[in-house]
Design a protein around this ligand. Structure first.
Ligand code: NI
Ligand code: MN
Length: 222
């Protein structure tokens, strides 16, 4: 499978049968190297919570590609009302390749704050036998200890601080999860979550893969 970082918390995952965007904040994302118009075929769009920097271009992309939006039930209603294809789940649920897991964070629907934006979540996605954990926006939580048993290959963790974990908490999360390696996300897209590369250092036994926006990673199960 391949994984492409699109800046902030946006990732494109592609396997034999799945073409997935997670948190497709492309328009307005200062680090995103692609336009939403460049995606013609998608099977799913995973949305971790209702904040603008995660919902992003979801509605437009779902309309254009017919992709199924995978999200928590409260937010699912919002997309369903717009006639979009939605796979509604809740925390702890497993459907096919998707496992919805906890995140500690808000989920106000910023584009329409009077209605329910559901609750924030993370996802474990299994694609061609590779397990990817996308933490969404979250604090460091004890729940991450449970992910160790999932044998995560790639952990995508927010590191920007202020709204989520910072770098040092992300390293603690890695100790809990024990993924094959971890990819930092949710940093350097605004002045509030700036992070200097020279401070992004980890102990030698923590395998870190810092992806530049646009960079693609190919990964196979051993
Ligand atoms: Ni958020
Ligand atoms: Mn965010």
């Amino acid at each position: 499978m391949i994984l492409r970082f699109l800046g902030h918390s946006a990732f494109y995952l592609e396997g034999e049968a799945l073409k997935i965007l997670i948190d497709p904040f492309l328009t307005g994302n200062p680090l995103c190297p692609v336009k939403p118009e460049e995606f013609f075929t998608l099977t799913h769009i995973l949305v971790t919570h209702a904040h603008n920097d995660h919902v992003g271009d979801t509605v437009m992309l779902a309309k254009r590609t017919g992709a199924t939006i995978v999200c928590e039930a409260g937010l699912a209603d919002y997309f369903e009302e717009q006639g979009l294809s939605v796979l509604s789940m809740n925390i702890g649920g497993r459907v096919g390749p998707f496992h919805m897991v906890t995140a500690v964070h808000g989920s106000t629907l910023q584009s329409n704050p009077t209605r329910d934006g559901g609750i924030a979540c993370g996802f474990v996605v299994t694609i061609d036998g590779v397990k990817i954990y996308h933490a969404g926006d979250t604090a460091l939580t004890m729940d991450m200890l449970l992910l160790k048993e999932e044998h995560i290959d790639i952990a995508l963790l927010p590191v920007g601080g202020r709204y989520t974990m910072d770098w040092s908490d992300a390293l603690k999360a890695v100790r809990f999860i024990e993924p094959s390696f971890f990819v930092p996300m949710h940093y350097n897209t605004s002045i509030h979550i700036g992070l200097d590369k020279k401070n992004m250092v980890a102990p030698r036994d923590i395998r870190t893969k810092i992806l530049a926006p646009g960079e693609t990673l190919e990964y196979r199960t051993k």
